[in-house]
Write a new protein. Structure first.
Length: 179
């Protein structure tokens, strides 16, 4: 869907904060599947956590991202911004299982806008919490996998500037207007 825009990149890079700004400006947003899964697993004593069972976590993320994609089709917003999405979940599954071929096949089934906005690693704003337990070097490695994968799947990546959330939102919306 050309109106479905992914914001991906480094964990702890400011994606969720940027989505809050976009929501405040009246845009439809979809929260990150991974954070919702982690919160649910922690609340219910589950083990499908990225630091415990990455493959189970990724499979849950794929399922939730597919649901998000389907539900978003019913909104009438000109843009729907996703905090991560199916490609990120597929990347996690490929990393956990080594099954890259299946991941690519699945990623082609659910398309998003051709431009993906990436939050780069930004140590100054990175902080682990109960739902993000990976250390900064692991977040940088994840970013490396994603920045390589998106172009392989036909997406153009645009790296967001290290700026305030409001300036990032302005940058992103301006780039979308230019297309």
């Amino acid at each position: 869907m050309d109106s479905f825009v992914i914001i991906s990149g480094c964990s702890g890079g400011g994606k969720s904060t940027l989505l809050q700004v976009l929501a405040e400006r009246g845009h439809a947003v979809v929260d990150e599947p991974g954070r919702r899964i982690v919160a649910d697993q922690l609340r219910n004593g589950g083990s499908a956590l990225p630091w415990t069972d990455l493959e189970a976590f990724a499979r849950k993320a794929i399922s939730l991202a597919e649901q998000d994609h389907a539900l978003a089709k019913s909104n009438n917003s000109p843009w729907t911004f996703f905090d991560r999405g199916l490609v990120d979940a597929f990347a996690a599954l490929a990393h956990a299982s080594g099954d890259i071929a299946a991941t690519r096949h699945l990623a082609w089934q659910h398309r998003y806008h051709s431009t993906v906005f990436m939050t780069p690693p930004w140590r100054e704003i990175y902080h682990p919490d109960a739902e993000r337990q990976q250390l900064f070097p692991a977040a940088e490695e994840e970013y490396g996998r994603l920045i390589a994968l998106y172009p392989q799947l036909g997406y153009r990546t645009v790296i967001l500037p290290k700026a305030s959330p409001q300036a990032r939102a302005d940058f992103l919306l301006q780039r979308l207007q230019e297309r």
